[in-house]
Design a protein around this ligand. Structure first.
Ligand SMILES: C[S@@+](CC[C@H](N)C(=O)[O-])C[C@H]1O[C@@H](n2cnc3c(N)ncnc32)[C@H](O)[C@@H]1O
Length: 247
């Protein structure tokens, strides 16, 4: 991908984020069902083993869909995004919930940026997939590694180029000029990017296997079952999202 094209796709993404920040939660629930945030939250909590003493980095936090759920579980959560409008929505959410331990930082995560302290754990959910160009994606992953203490887990959750998209002929990259850019990750290119970013150990799993079934069929059961299914080896080929735990 040329730098010019990557710049244009990146500008479009930022414009969409800023203009839709106040509708983000509603749109997310409409596109992924109202249960899916809890499915992701349960899985992330387990994979990160969040503890009271943790300082957590939410890289590409958006309006704080997961930041606000994780904040009560840890000492501090540092929420980073480049969309000013998204951070404003999050600031309002923090105020409403009277949270004292969320630090907001505006930064482009593909560029070097500084935090006052190293974090003990990092999550980045549906963010790296929207960064156009492999070099920029790797720079963002490298930032995550450098900002996290040695051996602190970094969890990256992104759209999967698994069986569903492959069988329906979906392209791995959406390059529509006025659309939202995304790159769907397969296991191989995800690992390659993580190792190129300096991570030493990577394990992958899936999230959202039952999203194809529809959680509304058994809303008391399926959202609880889904994070458990992630333990089944090989499940990521059928999942909507691929999740990497990297150190
Ligand atoms: C799909 S939203 C995900 C938000 C949140 N993590 C969630 O799961 O609800 C993607 C977020 O990544 C942010 N983002 C994309 N590229 C970025 C970059 N280069 N630097 C900082 N934030 C970026 C966008 O502003 C947007 O808020």
């Amino acid at each position: 991908m040329t730098e010019d094209l990557a710049d244009r796709l990146s500008e479009t993404e930022l414009r969409i984020r800023d203009s839709q920040a106040w509708q983000y939660a509603q749109r997310y629930a409409a596109g992924n069902t109202p249960w899916f945030t809890q499915v992701q939250f349960r899985l992330l909590k387990r994979l990160l083993s969040v503890e009271r003493s943790d300082v957590v980095l939410d890289l590409g936090c958006g309006p704080g869909r997961l930041t606000l759920l994780l904040a009560p579980l840890c000492r501090r959560i540092i929420a980073v995004d480049r969309s000013a409008a998204s951070l404003e929505v999050l600031r309002r959410g923090i105020e409403d919930r009277k949270l004292q331990n969320v630090v907001l930082t505006k930064a482009d995560i593909t560029m070097p940026f500084h935090l006052e302290e190293k974090v003990t754990k990092t999550l980045s959910v549906e963010v790296i997939q929207h960064i156009p160009g492999v070099e920029r994606r790797r720079r963002a992953l490298e930032n995550a590694r450098k900002l996290t203490v040695d051996d602190g887990a970094c969890v990256f959750l992104n759209l999967a180029h698994g069986l569903g998209p492959i069988l329906t002929g979906m392209r791995q990259d959406n390059l529509q000029p006025d659309g939202l850019y995304y790159h769907m990750y397969g296991g191989r290119d995800l690992r390659a990017d993580l190792f190129a970013a300096g991570f030493k150990r990577v394990r992958t799993t899936g999230c959202g296997v039952l999203s194809w079934v529809g959680y509304e069929r058994a809303p008391m059961l399926l959202p609880l079952l889904d994070p458990w299914i992630s333990r089944v080896p090989g499940v990521k080929v059928a999942a909507k999202f691929i999740v990497a735990v990297a150190t």
